[in-house]
Every structure is written in C-alpha cells, then in structure tokens.
Ligand binder design. Structure first.
Ligand SMILES: Nc1nc2c(ncn2[C@@H]2O[C@H](COP(=O)(O)OP(=O)(O)OP(=O)(O)O)[C@@H](O)[C@H]2O)c(=O)[nH]1
Ligand SMILES: [Mg+2]
Length: 389
C-alpha cells in the first residue's frame, strides 16, 4: 500500500493532521516533542466513484464518493542539527524509509520557532522550516551511506563491483533506483568510486528529493495572517487546518454535523443539539472553509498521492457485465496504480499468480478487449482474464 509520512519541526501540527486524517489516537500538545514513537494509521484518498455512471450502485462508496486507503505515518519533530543528535536526533527518520512521499508540515501561523517553542504569532517565518527539513533529511541519508563508505571503497577497487548496486543495497527499502544514483552523481559533479565524505554530502542533497518526493502542508492556516497565507501559497504549499478537520470529524462522528472528509462545507441537522460554544466554533470553521475551499486535509492527501506520486485509481472486476466480483459485489476493490501502468501490471497487483497467468484484459465500460500495452486510465473498470483463478 502507498505510504505517506508527515515530517517537520516539533509543534507544527503533525499529530493533529495525523489524527484528523486517520481518526486514530495520537497525543497532541502545544510544546515540542510530544510525539516520540511514530504513529501509524490509515488515511484515504477521495475520488468520485465510477458506480454513479452505472445502473448498479456499488455499496462501498458514500454517496458517490470513494475513499481509497493509504498508510500514514506521523513521526517525532525534527530540529536543526538533528543529524548530530540534537533534539530527539534523527534515528527516528528511519521511520521515513518506508514512505513513498513526505508531507512536510510547516506552521503557517509563524507562532512557533524552528525548535517548536511558542513565540508571538507571525514572528517566525514559516518558509525557514523548509530548507531545515531538507537539510536534515539529506544529512540523514548521507550518514547511512557514510557508515558503509570505507568498506564500499575497498570493494570498488574490484572492477566487477558496481558502486550503484552497492549503494542501492545500502539504501534498500528507501525506494531508490540505480538511475537516481547515476543522475545524482552526474548532477553533483562527482565520481562515486573516488568520492570523499564532503562529495557525499552534495550527492545526498541531490539524491534525497528524488528518493522521497515532498509536498508542503502549511498547517495552522486558520491562525495565519493574510500576509503569511500569501507567502506560503507562493511557495507552493497547500493550506491546511488539521485542528478544524479534527473538530469536524469528531462532530460528525457525534452526529452533530453531517460532513464527509474533503467536503467544502458541512450541515447542521439539528441546531438544538449544539451549545453556544460549539455553534461559534462551527461558524468560525465554516467561514474558514468558505474562504479556502475546505480544511485542506483531504487536499494534501489527494495531492500527495494523485499528483506528487502520479497515481490513478483502477477498479478490477471479475464479471464485466455486472461490474462485480465472484460474489456479486459491485466494484468491490479500488487500486492505486502509478500512471503509465498496464492491465498486466494491474493483474500482478491483484495477485502474483493472476499476473503470471495473465492472458488479456477487457475494458468493462466498453466491453472491448484491450491490448496488453494499453495504458490504464483513471477510473477504468477492468476485467482480467488469466490462467490463474
Ligand atoms: N489553530 C490550530 N492549531 C493547531 C493546528 N494543528 C495543530 N494545532 C495545535 O498545535 C499544537 C501542536 O500540535 P501537535 O499535533 O501536537 O504537533 P506535532 O507537530 O505533532 O508536535 P511534536 O509531536 O511535538 O513534534 C497543539 O496545541 C495543537 O492543538 C491547526 O491546524 N490550527
Ligand atoms: Mg506529534
């Protein structure tokens, strides 16, 4: 399953975003290093369900909205010089190994310094947080390579030894491909076989963003001044209010409001159930959501998966006439696939045996058999015909 990780300085709202997105427990507090051990949970990408265009509704989606699961990890806060052991150090960055992409959380309100201590709102520049995390992550990566470097250079004396394979092995689990290494070596202007420790720093800085694509969540946007909002937006950040999303989801589970994650607004079925404080709180959130088109929490997850990781959602079925699986369930599964995947790739994702025995695929919407080389499209409903059952 796709894995996203929330990372950033302490006290910027990572655990709040995590709780809002997963509705799983996690400690939240207004001081640095509240989180020590990583939290892991399930969040969802929101997409329109293709069943709305069919004669049978699927029974899985909520009013035509389909939520597709991804893993979400919330890690401890990172401070400058974490790679030399400051704060909680950077050992916990190992939690990011499994992440396909990183959501860097910054405090858009400028109300906490680089170490997460509360300061006057607006007195800290949130954009200063961005290079800090990049730097610490690059130094972490560099540290992993350096640990093995002496041995690697000895091995590199042998002509048959591939330095790329060697590094790829050290970084196993980080989803780094050998071509990333070749490109980063070229762009850093170094020769890996003879690289010095300082060469490795430059190399790691270039390699890091290729290995772990990153997107920025400008959180606590509900507290941010218009100037800071404009500033973080110019830097390409997605505005989020983890606190608002968490409050809305909690209110929805208590049946005080009707709200689906990612909706631009919510409804209050019975005003009488709310106390005055709840009413004022909800009105504030509504004003915020109107201005910024929702709380931004769903947007950041969708953007990370669908745009940053360039994925589409595809629906495999066994019966292309009724769009069902073997038990008659309509569109039971939704798979996130990298754009550029083929039906054969989908077959492998469903099951290795189905992939091995792949014969051909049928586009269930047109009922046409599709060529193996055809690329899957977002929202495709596909029947796979395989020798394996
Ligand atoms: N107004 C507002 N407050 C928020 C928001 N997100 C988080 N907070 C508050 O910011 C403080 C820190 O939140 P946490 O979620 O614990 O932050 P963290 O990044 O996980 O912190 P560490 O685990 O210490 O690194 C808490 O007081 C939250 O209530 C937000 O979107 N808006
Ligand atoms: Mg935390």
């Amino acid at each position: 399953m796709i894995t996203l990780a929330l990372a950033g300085k302490p006290n910027c709202g990572k655990s709040t975003l995590y709780r809002a997105a997963t509705m799983a427990p996690a400690e939240i507090a207004n001081y640095p290093f509240t989180t020590i051990d990583a939290n892991r949970g399930v969040a969802y990408v929101r997409v329109p369900c293709p069943c709305t265009a069919l004669s049978h509704r699927c029974g899985v989606c909520a009013d035509g909205i389909r939520y597709v699961a991804v893993h979400l990890i919330d890690v401890a806060g990172l401070v400058p010089e974490a790679h030399t052991g400051k704060g909680l150090g950077n050992q916990f960055l190992d939690n990011l190994r499994q992440a396909d992409a990183i959501i860097q959380v910054i405090d858009a309100s400028g109300g906490t310094d680089i170490e997460g201590n509360p300061v006057d709102p607006g007195s800290f520049d949130p954009l200063d947080e961005i290079p800090m995390l990049k730097n610490e992550m690059a130094m972490w990566l560099c540290g992993i390579i350096e640990k093995h470097w002496a041995k690697m250079q000895r091995q590199a004396q042998s002509r048959t030894f591939s330095i790329y394979t060697g590094i790829a092995e050290i970084l196993a689990g980080l989803s780094i491909r050998e071509e990333h290494l070749v490109e980063a070596e070229r762009d850093a202007g170094i020769h890996l076989r003879t690289a010095s420790p300082s060469d490795l720093v430059g190399f790691s800085r270039i390699l890091m963003p290729r290995a772990k694509p990153m997107i920025i969540a400008a959180n606590k946007a509900d507290l941010a001044s218009p100037e800071l909002i404009a500033k973080v937006r110019t830097a390409g950040a997605v505005l989020t209010s983890g606190a608002a999303e968490l409050a809305l989801r909690s209110a929805a589970s208590a049946h005080l409001i009707t709200y689906q994650p990612g909706d631009p607004d919510f409804a209050i079925p019975d005003e009488g159930k709310l106390n005055p404080a709840q009413k004022t709180g909800l009105e504030k959130m509504r004003a915020y959501m109107k201005q910024y088109n929702g709380t931004g929490v769903q947007t950041i997850i969708n953007t990370a998966v669908l745009e940053l990781l360039d994925m589409i959602v595809v629906y495999p079925v066994e019966d292309e006439t009724h769009f069902t699986d073997g038990q008659g369930r309509v569109l039971p599964d939704a798979f996130l696939m990298k754009k550029g995947s083929t039906p054969h790739d989908l077959a492998y994702q469903v099951h290795t045996d189905i992939g091995k025995g792949f014969l051909y695929a049928v586009d269930a919407k047109s009922k046409m058999r599709i060529k193996e080389s055809t690329l899957l499209k977002d929202g495709d409903i596909i029947k796979i015909v395989s020798t394996a059952k």
